[in-house]
Design a protein around this ligand. Structure first.
Ligand SMILES: Nc1nc2c(ncn2[C@@H]2O[C@H](COP(=O)(O)OP(=O)(O)OP(=O)(O)O)[C@@H](O)[C@H]2O)c(=O)[nH]1
Length: 347
């Protein structure tokens, strides 16, 4: 492919042209030609009147590149858990977005971890492999202008034959835009990407452009989920995820990612009024006594705050009154114990 990469700059209009620089057919086009050829290419792919499109889109990338942020923006509601801490996405989470005739089913994957080789990480890597096998489109997320060994390792996992969009995220943090053109060109040489999307997951216009790109790759077939469904994860699972997010947010970088949240009890009771009532008991499992003290905080203040913030968010999410009970336990070395990792729900 000899497509000239484009230099996105601060102007959203040019960023828009850059995203369309390579068409699904892989043709070489200049930015100006792109919009015209896209319009032509898109015509035969439009679904028949009333025809539905539906398909699976995997979001892959090394830790901390913004996969969860992107998924949440694409789905339009917070589903996956975001945090500044690397490796917080342990589970494969499906987010669903239905609009017009198209249903996008997104799969968020854990960052591909290479530094540590515990049982937990083996399990995470298996999840990445599972996710990229049977999808219609892969969004390979990197930080714009950067490509490290860890990025290369994730890219190497992608199966040939599935179209891959290079999402060059965090464009807003790239101050020297001139460096992007040679970088994009070098990326073209690394992999036959179907499209290039320099963008920011935090910019709604960019996210909309990405949705439009994704739409073209989804096959015409009936939707798999109801129009209003956002995730196929249970409320019980989401409860654990929300507690985990608050845990990491409120402990900053001090707490290792091996800390886990187990939802021990999740019961719905008929409320006295019309409102639902949900009782949840969860245990935060940490590796050391020192971490336990960190989570509990002085006079229990931090644990209390984790509980309050999680409960408030769960009440909004479930549209229910929530009673949340939190415990902290120390399980030394659990991340190295395969059987225990399985018992905690990481297959
Ligand atoms: N400046 C900027 N920051 C971003 C953007 N997208 C995500 N971030 C930030 O990058 C950090 C990591 O984002 P996540 O969405 O948690 O990243 P992830 O790839 O899901 O991370 P793991 O769960 O570790 O695999 C967070 O602090 C986000 O706010 C972006 O477009 N611009």
């Amino acid at each position: 492919m000899n497509t000239e990469p484009l230099i996105p700059d601060a102007d959203p209009a040019s960023t828009k042209a850059a995203a369309a620089s390579v068409t699904p057919g892989g043709g070489s086009v200049s930015p100006v030609e792109a919009s015209a050829s896209e319009a032509i290419a898109a015509t035969p792919q439009q679904p028949e009147a009333g025809g539905q499109r539906c398909g699976l889109i995997a979001i892959v990338g090394k830790p901390n590149v913004g996969k969860s942020t992107l998924l949440n923006a694409l789905v339009g509601q917070k589903i996956s858990i975001t945090s500044r801490k690397a490796q917080t996405t342990r589970h494969r989470i499906t987010g669903i977005r239905t609009r017009g005739a198209t249903q996008f089913v997104f799969v968020d994957t854990p960052g591909f971890q290479t530094r540590h080789h515990t049982a937990l990480n083996k399990s995470l890597n298996k999840t990445v492999l599972g996710a990229v096998d049977d999808v219609d489109l892969v969004l390979f997320v990197v930080e714009a202008g950067s490509f490290t060994l860890a990025d290369a390792q994730v890219l190497a996992l992608l199966k040939p034959g599935i179209p891959v969009v290079l999402v060059a995220n965090k464009l807003d943090s790239v101050h020297r835009r001139a460096t992007l053109a040679p970088w994009l060109k070098s990326m073209q040489e690394r992999h036959p990407f179907a499209e290039f999307m320099p963008m920011s997951a935090k910019n709604p216009k960019d996210v909309e452009r990405l949705l439009q790109v994704c739409e073209r790759y989804l096959p015409e077939q009936p939707w798999w989920y109801g129009e209003d469904e956002l995730t196929d994860r249970s409320e019980r699972f989401l409860a654990g995820e929300i507690v985990r997010e608050k845990l990491f947010r409120l402990t900053g970088d001090e707490l290792p990612y091996t800390s886990a949240v187990l939802v021990e009890r999740f019961e719905e009771e008929p409320g006295r009024t019309h409102q639902r009532l949900v009782r949840i008991a969860a245990t935060i499992v940490v590796e050391r006594e020192g971490h336990k003290a960190m989570v509990i905080g002085e006079k229990g203040e931090r644990l209390k705050r984790i509980g309050t913030e999680a409960r408030q968010e769960l009440e909004r999410l479930f549209d229910a009154k929530v009673f949340l009970e939190l415990w902290v336990k120390v399980r030394s070395g659990w991340a190295d114990d395969e059987a225990r990792v399985r018992s905690f729900g990481y297959e």
